[in-house]
Design a protein around this ligand. Structure first.
Ligand code: SAM
Length: 310
């Protein structure tokens, strides 16, 4: 691929999804974008790049952005965060929200839904103690293709064999041909919608718990900082953020603090303030902030796409 064509795709992806591609990933660009070129009847990527230069067809740009997303996911991925959520974070938040009996959970960059549904199944297992509670789980992703799959809740044999306890497969899935579909009861617990982490967050509402795992790794530092600040603005001081195993807030933002002794989970710090319970968040049973309270927000966000593009 010619250098200027690579640069065109590289800057397009950085601006539209935050994805940072170095030249050694040119092969990835070729293998993932060739099917898009064929779909749009271009002979090769060079021709597709030429077409983009002459006219920015939004649908084509969207196809390119989607094709370059990495949608790898699995049920109860990494196991520990889910065990930890069930054993520590959930009980503390249930105490903290005893008055309102409301919890909102966000699976940001949810891919085909395994993360959100893992939480739904886990909460369903706790249904006796959650009677009378309103628990909302929202899954969002930039890719409409993975969201369609998430909404269908339909998975291959291979996908249900990765990380899902057999007891949950039996209890919460129905076999449909050679695939497995989550029962309506679990599917109904999650709402999926399209959302680009680079866009404005105003429409999302507040979240007590945010799982934002295995997506920041694709972004450059300025984008990570901006995304984390926007997430912090949506959370009460005793909320909890989960990041992926290869991700951290350290050196990236002071709007989250690690929760003592708990790897990969963080509590939000109000803009210009300190974390609830001095960095122990829900882990310390910080109970002051109701789900609806608003943390002080950082300087108004003029669109994260700018951060990605700068
Ligand atoms: C590797 S998957 C992670 C899925 C899940 N969180 C997990 O850890 O198993 C990364 C997801 O991030 C999504 N993604 C990439 N850039 C995004 C953006 N700017 N906004 C929202 N989602 C994005 C991709 O479409 C993909 O589904």
């Amino acid at each position: 691929m010619k250098q200027d064509d690579f640069s065109l795709f590289q800057s397009l992806l950085r601006q539209r999804s935050g994805l940072v591609l170095s030249i050694d990933k040119a092969y990835l660009l070729e293998s993932r974008l060739m099917p898009v070129a064929r779909k749009w009847h271009y002979k090769n990527l060079e021709e597709m790049a030429g077409a983009i230069r002459s006219r920015r067809e939004e649908k084509l740009l969207k196809d390119i952005t989607e094709a370059m997303t990495t949608n790898e996911s699995s049920f109860f991925r990494d196991v520990k965060p889910f065990d930890q959520f069930k054993a520590i974070v959930l009980p503390r938040l249930l105490t903290a929200r005893a008055q309102t009996r409301k919890l909102r959970i966000w699976s940001a960059a949810c891919s085909s839904g395994q993360e959100a549904y893992s939480l739904a199944m886990m909460l369903q297992e706790e249904k006796a103690r959650l009677s009378g509670w309103t628990i909302e789980i929202v899954g969002t992703d930039i890719s409409v293709e993975v969201l369609e799959k998430a909404r269908a809740g339909l998975y291959t044999q291979f996908e249900v064999q990765r990380g899902l306890p057999i007891s949950m497969l039996v209890k919460y899935f129905q076999q449909l041909g050679d695939k497995w579909q989550l029962v309506p009861e679990i599917r109904r617990m999650v709402t999926f919608k399209e959302f680009n982490l680079l866009d404005r967050y105003d429409s999302l509402g507040r979240f007590d718990i945010v799982f934002c795992r295995n997506v920041l790794i694709y972004f450059e530092q300025a984008t990570k900082t901006a995304v984390l600040r926007s997430i912090a603005d949506l959370m009460p001081p005793d909320g909890v953020l989960y990041l992926g195993g290869a991700e951290t807030v350290l050196g990236i933002t002071d709007r989250f603090k690690p929760i003592d002794g708990q790897r990969g989970i963080y509590s939000p710090v109000p803009a210009g303030g300190t974390a609830a319970g001095s960095g122990t968040g829900a882990g310390a049973g910080a109970t002051t902030a109701a789900s609806g309270s608003r943390a002080q927000s950082a300087a108004p966000l003029s669109g994260l796409r700018k951060a990605a593009a700068s």
